[in-house]
Design a protein around this ligand. Structure first.
Ligand code: NAP
Length: 270
């Protein structure tokens, strides 16, 4: 299916980022895949190309501002345009109460979850303005709900939401939306089950562990479909908003557009 659009996706080596790339490539969108895991990016690129799509793998640590600028230049050079950015790369750690947390680890979390999206947005903003494009920031319920032992993550996601609002106010030609994906069956949940006990409140660890045991975590391809749809079609009226991936303005049109038949291209897809 021909589609001229180009979407840059950070954190595309697994989980929701890889799934969003898979949905987009499936409708002919050209995707730039950014993360640190070269092998997974190469594998996903090969699978997309084997299915007739176009992908550009770029090994980037989003905390590195100059690497973000270089990546944007490579995408521009390779595909000639950039229509949307999905700021999806994220880390949960450190898991520790404020009284005990390592401030270096705290800073690193902010660099990945907040400075990374800012740097990537800045790097592609001229292209997005030209195309009247979109920035989709993958946020979290932790942005609005305090979770003990997650202070860096909560603060980063809260700031990401407000960054989204300011970006929307500053850039009328760009639609910027922050999305809450729910509790999703990815490696980030495995981090909670592995590192949470003894650090997080016991009831929260039990809650997340039970969701996994009951097979109630959301499969990554569902919120990823909402992210992919927003990257192509986010309504201007949503600019600056923090929305649920299940919002009827998003979930149903995403289902109508992409369908329900997700075929994972990576062995690490959940
Ligand atoms: N899973 C949930 O329940 C949940 C809930 C709410 C929000 N979220 C958000 O959803 C987004 C995607 O997470 P996920 O659940 O799909 O987790 P995941 O499977 O752990 O994926 C995280 C992705 O981010 C990439 N990444 C991490 N640090 C990076 C860095 N410094 N530079 C570039 N890429 C980096 C990882 O790739 P590399 O390791 O290869 O770099 C990976 O592709 C995150 O923003 C997360 O905060 C998740």
């Amino acid at each position: 299916m021909p589609n001229d659009q180009v979407v840059v996706i950070t954190g595309a080596s697994r989980g929701m980022g890889a799934a969003a790339a898979t949905w987009l490539a499936g409708v002919g969108v050209k995707v730039a895949l950014l993360a640190r895991s070269e092998h997974a990016l190469t594998q996903l690129t090969a699978s997309i190309e084997a299915a007739g799509g176009a992908a550009l793998p770029l090994v980037v640590d989003v905390a590195d501002g100059s690497a973000c600028l270089e990546a944007a230049a490579k995408v521009r050079h390779h595909f000639n345009r950039i229509d949307a950015l999905i700021n999806n790369a994220g880390v949960l750690e450190p898991l520790a109460p404020v009284s005990a947390v390592d401030t270096g680890a705290w800073r690193r979390n902010i660099e990945v979850n907040l400075i990374g999206p800012v740097a990537m947005t800045r790097a592609v903003l001229p292209d997005l303005k030209k195309q009247q494009g979109r920035v989709i920031n993958v946020s979290s319920g932790a942005a609005v709900r305090p979770i003990k032992a997650w202070s860096a993550y909560c603060a980063a996601k809260a700031a990401l939401n407000h960054f989204t609002r300011v970006l929307a106010a500053e850039e009328p030609r760009v639609t910027a939306v922050a999305v809450r994906p729910g509790v999703v069956d990815t490696q980030m949940q495995a981090v909670i089950r592995r590192q949470g006990p003894g650090m997080m409140a016991a009831d929260m660890v039990a809650y997340f562990t039970q969701l996994k045991a009951d097979d109630k975590l959301i499969p990554a391809h569902l919120p990823a479909r909402s992210l992919a749809w927003l990257a192509l079609h986010a309504p201007a009226a949503l600019s600056g908003e923090f929305v649920e991936h299940t919002d009827p303005q998003i979930f149903q049109p995403a289902l109508d557009y992409f369908g329900d038949n997700f075929k994972p291209l990576l062995s690490t897809d959940f």
